[in-house]
Design a protein around this ligand. Structure first.
Ligand code: MLT
Length: 266
């Protein structure tokens, strides 16, 4: 299904019938809504589940390739409005977490729960900005597969790469099929994102923070800082997982997700 917005079509999927309880999942960079397939299947029996492709990813239009996290938050709210979802629990991984933090700060009354996976509230350091500049140069030079190699090394725990879990090849295919304009536009948007740290104490929705123990992009320390700043939040560390904790160790990830949803009647 597609939602027509002023800046192009956003592809989204719903799973299960419309029910009181719902979860809206937001994927990380540079993936697409399929990264949540397992969780959508798991929850769709007693939840209405929504997944969507961020601008330029999956089946959503790339538009002019100019994005901001602010626009991604606009898209979340637009999808909720379109589906008549007054309130939902939102779960975002990494870039999806940046977006969820922005959306809940803008419209706190629209979110019944918050799940922040492998993400952080702090903005890019200068080193991270330079790293993104180098990634953009690599893509502009026509070396997208080199960019994909670097991403895979950074995203997955070494054990996941060694064990060649299917997710590794799936992620490579997704990266290589994403347009250069969308990759570059997203890297610039991520580099320009706001520091959300000061907003964390304002969050009153039940919150779960999930982090892969070997996440090198958004670390255990980043997760611990958000946990300390969000009143009453819970934190779950997923073992044998890097940045893509829901794909690398779905068993532990799903257990933490289910426990949180049921404990908070979400
Ligand atoms: C992601 O998974 O969304 C990215 O790693 C986020 C980032 O590069 O900051």
């Amino acid at each position: 299904m597609f939602l027509e917005t002023g800046s192009g079509r956003i592809a989204f999927e719903t799973h299960g019938d419309k029910k009181e309880k719902s979860v809206l999942f937001i994927h990380g960079f540079p993936f697409n809504k399929s990264m949540w397939d397992e969780q959508a299947g798991l929850l769709s029996g007693d939840h209405f589940v929504v997944t969507f492709d961020m601008r330029g990813h999956g089946e959503s239009d790339a538009g002019r390739g100019q994005y901001l996290v602010e626009f991604y938050a606009d898209d979340v709210i637009a999808i909720m409005d379109h589906l008549g979802l007054e309130k939902t629990c939102v779960c975002g991984l990494s870039m999806g977490g940046y977006t969820a933090m922005r959306a809940i700060d803008r419209e706190p009354h629209r979110f019944s729960g918050l799940i922040l996976c492998d993400t952080k509230s702090s903005p890019d350091t200068n080193e991270a900005k330079l790293n993104r500049a180098n990634q953009i140069k690599t893509i502009l030079a026509g070396n997208k597969s080199l960019f994909a190699d670097g991403q895979i090394k950074a995203l997955f725990a070494p054990r996941s790469i060694e064990n060649k879990i299917p997710a590794v090849e799936r992620i490579r295919t997704i990266i290589e099929s994403t347009s250069d304009a969308a990759l570059i536009g997203t890297l610039i948007a991520l580099s320009a994102r706001m520091d959300m740290t000061e907003t964390l104490p304002r969050i009153s929705a039940p919150t779960l923070i999930i982090v892969g123990k070997q996440d090198r992009i958004t670390t255990l320390t980043d997760a611990g800082e958000m946990h300390a700043a969000i009143k009453g939040s819970r934190m779950a560390v997923v073992h044998e997982a890097g940045h893509l904790s829901n794909l690398e160790n779905s068993e532990e990830f799903n257990a933490a997700l289910l426990k949180f949803l049921s404990a908070n009647n979400l």
